[in-house]
Design a protein around this ligand. Structure first.
Ligand SMILES: C[S@@+](CC[C@H](N)C(=O)[O-])C[C@H]1O[C@@H](n2cnc3c(N)ncnc32)[C@H](O)[C@@H]1O
Length: 239
């Protein structure tokens, strides 16, 4: 039997531009009595939260965690017992390299009503905002979204045989990504690009090739949040 108390919405805030949240996500945000948000969700969205609602930054970005995942799960549960509507606002899409699934599962185990509202992931919006398609009909027929972070020091970076690869969280580990791409036979001249702070006023693209990208990251001081796109599609980037 479901809990009769509050309901938790796990909402994707979109990649950065506050207008890229869904209509459904915005509706949930407007009626929320309590909002738990992280650094990647656009701060401009908080202006839609009603007066008097509780706003808590549980900040997770660039390795800085204000709260551990277990604490966030518990807070969601705790507030679902106090408030009618709780929103967990997460950058991009809540299930793409985020912990939305763990949060939803935890709440389900506790029999808390929960709804996941998808968001536009930076992995797709980032390239698109610079005119880069991830697929092109009859030409580029596959893409993969990967993490550029190693879960442990011995873990290997994945570099599957897809025409377009998109890495999130790849800035710090760019040398290992390049190593993985070469190991899987990608030619050094393959175009690639980092897109920093996509869909915000500070958005920037740094284009290079597999051979030069690690050097360009240092030279042009690329900083997270940024995504790496690898493949011929990078040629379509508008400057
Ligand atoms: C923990 S993951 C969360 C991904 C998020 N759930 C999504 O769907 O976009 C964080 C990484 O997403 C990428 N990212 C998020 N927002 C971004 C943005 N506006 N521009 C570029 N990359 C972004 C960066 O690689 C960042 O390190």
């Amino acid at each position: 039997m479901e809990n009769k108390k509050g309901k938790v919405y796990i909402v994707g805030a979109g990649p950065g531009d506050p207008e890229l949240i869904s209509v459904k996500g915005l509706k949930a945000l407007k009626k929320a009595d309590c909002v738990l948000y992280d650094f990647l969700s656009s701060p401009a969205l908080l202006k839609y939260v009603k007066t008097g609602a509780k706003k808590i930054c549980v900040g997770k970005a660039n390795g800085l965690h204000l709260k551990e995942q277990g604490d966030i799960n518990e807070l969601l549960y705790k507030y679902s017992q106090v408030y009618r509507y709780v929103v967990r606002l997460k950058g991009g899409d809540p299930f793409v390299f985020s912990r939305g699934f763990e949060e939803a599962r935890y709440l389900a185990e506790k029999r808390v009503k929960c709804e996941v509202i998808p968001g536009i992931t930076s992995a797709i919006a980032g390239p698109e905002s610079f005119g880069i398609p991830l697929t092109i009909k009859n030409k580029i027929q596959s893409f993969a979204v990967l993490t550029g972070r190693k879960e442990n020091p011995n873990a290997e970076i994945d570099a599957p045989d897809c025409r377009t690869l998109v890495y999130v969280m790849g800035v710090a580990n760019i040398k290992n990504i390049v190593k993985a791409l070469r190991k899987r036979g990608r030619p050094d001249k393959t175009p690639c690009a980092f897109i920093e702070r996509a869909t915000t006023r500070k958005a920037r693209i740094v284009t290079a090739t597999i051979k030069t990208i690690a050097r360009e990251v240092v030279r042009q001081k690329v900083k997270p949040p940024a995504i790496l796109i690898v493949g011929e599609v990078v040629k379509y980037a508008k400057k």
